[in-house]
Ligand binder design. Structure first.
Ligand SMILES: NC(=O)c1ccc[n+]([C@@H]2O[C@H](COP(=O)([O-])OP(=O)(O)OC[C@H]3O[C@@H](n4cnc5c(N)ncnc54)[C@H](O)[C@@H]3O)[C@@H](O)[C@H]2O)c1
Length: 283
């Protein structure tokens, strides 16, 4: 039976800025979009950063940039903020590379407080014509990847008896979508992981939460637009169904939610699903 924590003093005034000084945030998919923004915001709030991204552009659609270059420019930006950054080019499907990344993080910082399980890919495919490549990449990167990363990050969290894991799912982890069954299945899988890990890890004071954004203004939508012969904003508007009059949310919206959930302000929250959906799931 886990020892109960008892009455813990409130973590400061709700109006005080979030402060992650002395903490380490491990971010996957950190070279681009949401992962990059979240890593930078954690650094601005005082955390040291581990930034993991695939060492070369993955073959499956929706990744168009050169992650290596992007990772190293991220490192410069983090260091300019006065924080330390460990850059780990690695594919979340590659257990040996992920293990090396976690070992490097522990050797450098001695701890990992936060895991933002964020790396992912997206492409459209109908159920009767999806390719093996698209099916395998989607399930292996979006669903198996977070499991491969978590099984290496959880041991140091367990030893420290503290930690927060935030899984970046999608509104597609709480609903369905035409030509998106493979993606939705991977993201619903993350919801199952979140709830199960929350049960398993609560005795170690490790919280696990999933977030569920509607369309986010990132390069992922540019790639989809290219495939569809549309603009990114058309893709967002066509597929989103947001109630609020916005085509998508911004990476800053994602970072605001992730940092709050990772902070002690959210110390009583685990196993929960947080929509960032501009009302889509209520429609
Ligand atoms: N953009 C959206 O509209 C949207 C909406 C809801 C959820 N999401 C989810 O948010 C997450 C972040 O996406 P984004 O919008 O920032 O897109 P993005 O394409 O800008 O960033 C995704 C990052 O993941 C990395 N990545 C891909 N495969 C990888 C692998 N095998 N190993 C390591 N890194 C890998 C890419 O290199 C890239 O840097 C994804 O999981 C995505 O499914 C995106």
């Amino acid at each position: 039976m886990a020892e109960k924590i008892g009455r813990v003093p409130a973590p400061g005034a709700a109006s005080a800025p979030l402060d992650f000084t002395g903490q380490v945030a491990f971010n996957t998919g950190a070279a681009s979009g949401q992962g990059r923004q979240v890593a930078l915001e954690f650094a601005r709030a005082g955390a040291d950063i581990v930034a993991l991204d695939v060492g070369q552009a993955v073959e499956y659609p929706a990744v168009q940039h050169r992650p290596d270059d992007a990772l190293y420019s991220l490192q410069n930006e983090i260091e300019a903020l006065g924080r330390r950054a460990v850059i780990t080019p690695a594919d979340v499907r590659d257990d040996a590379a992920v293990t090396r990344a976690v070992e490097q993080a522990i050797a450098t910082f001695g701890r990992i407080d936060i895991l933002f399980n964020n790396a992912g890919v997206l492409g459209y495919a109908e159920v009767d014509s999806i390719s093996d490549e698209a099916l395998n990449a989607t399930i292996d990167i979006n669903l198996k990847g977070p499991m491969i990363v978590a099984r290496r990050v959880v041991p140091p969290m367990k030893a420290a008896r503290r930690g927060v894991i935030i899984n970046n799912s999608s509104v597609m982890g709480l609903r369905g979508g035409a030509r998106l069954s493979h993606y939705a299945a991977s993201k619903w899988g993350l919801t199952g992981l979140t709830k199960s890990w929350a049960i398993e890890l609560a005795p170690y004071n490790i919280r696990v939460i999933s977030i569920h954004p509607t369309g986010v203004n990132t390069p992922m939508n540019d790639s989809l637009a290219e495939m569809e012969g549309a603009t990114a904003i058309e893709i967002a508007e066509r597929s989103a169904g947001n109630l609020l009059p916005i085509p998508w949310v911004e990476t800053e919206d994602v970072a605001a939610l992730v940092l709050w959930l990772a902070s002690d302000r959210a110390r009583a929250i685990t196993g929960a699903q947080y929509p960032l959906d501009a009302g889509l799931l209520s429609g």
